[in-house]
Design a protein around this ligand. Structure first.
Ligand code: CTP
Ligand code: CA
Length: 225
């Protein structure tokens, strides 16, 4: 008789995961966002919990259920809120995984009242949001392992490699959002993994649950060296 034991290779590891989109408000009824569903980050959180990790999930607005067994959960809306929450929770983390689709820009000013259509200035002024992952990579401690995600439509490997280096990541998961059954809303993904030693691994179409375990396996492998 086969007995299935829970995997515990992440026991006592603190893992911080960001997931979902951010919302950047224009006025009280309008915002800038993206179609991120949060599924990849939530699947990763679930997989890490199953393997014994203490998971802190920082999530933008999503409609899916929270994984069971989280150590800590914070829901945020804007990129600035995500930045603040991540920075506050960063120091005890061993592994940081940034699946969130953070808005690169936000409106310079949020209008206090709804902007009426005959008063709209069609030149919306935008300013940059903080690059959360860049800040984490730049300041990471010896024991911290940082994983980024990238959504690309072309030159997948080249663009992924650039981000890996610029943000000083240990691993990047590059998503080809042009291919079918991959990306924002899908239950499956087709990705390429690139590690800090420039090893490239193409992962065929798998569910986000399976991909989560593949990513965790890869982290274990890289950490063993
Ligand atoms: N990211 C972040 N903070 C931002 C923008 C992105 O932490 N303000 C993180 C994302 O969570 C992701 C990684 O950076 O893990 C790559 O995001 P992506 O949008 O692909 O890259 P950018 O650096 O924003 O470049 P671009 O949008 O021009 O491709
Ligand atoms: Ca971006």
């Amino acid at each position: 008789k086969q007995i299935l034991l829970p995997q515990t290779d992440f026991k006592d590891k603190n893992i911080l995961i960001t997931a979902g989109p951010t919302r950047e408000w224009i006025d009280p009824v309008r915002y800038i966002s993206n179609p991120s569903s949060g599924k990849m980050g939530y699947a990763l959180a679930q997989a890490a919990i199953e393997r014994g990790a203490k998971v802190t999930l920082v999530s933008g607005p999503v409609t899916i259920d929270k994984p069971k067994g989280l150590y800590h959960f914070t829901s945020v809306e804007t990129a600035n809120e995500m930045y603040e929450t991540v920075m506050t929770n960063l120091s005890p983390q061993d592994i940081i995984i940034k699946t969130a689709a953070v808005s690169d820009y936000r409106p310079k000013d949020k209008f206090e009242n709804k902007v009426k259509k005959d008063k709209v200035n069609t030149n919306l002024e935008l300013i940059s949001n903080p690059d959360i992952l860049y800040t984490i990579g730049k300041n990471k401690k010896e024991h911290q392992f940082v994983v980024g995600f990238a959504a690309e439509t072309n030159n997948i490997i080249e663009e992924g490699m650039k981000k890996l280096i610029k943000k000083q990541l240990d691993l990047i998961v590059v998503n080809d959002i042009q291919s079918d059954d991959a990306g924002f809303q899908s239950d499956t993904n087709i990705v390429t993994l690139i590690d800090k030693n420039k090893n490239i691994r193409e992962v065929p179409k798998v569910t986000k649950a399976t991909l989560s375990h593949i990513i965790l396996d890869e982290i274990v492998k890289i950490q063993k060296g």
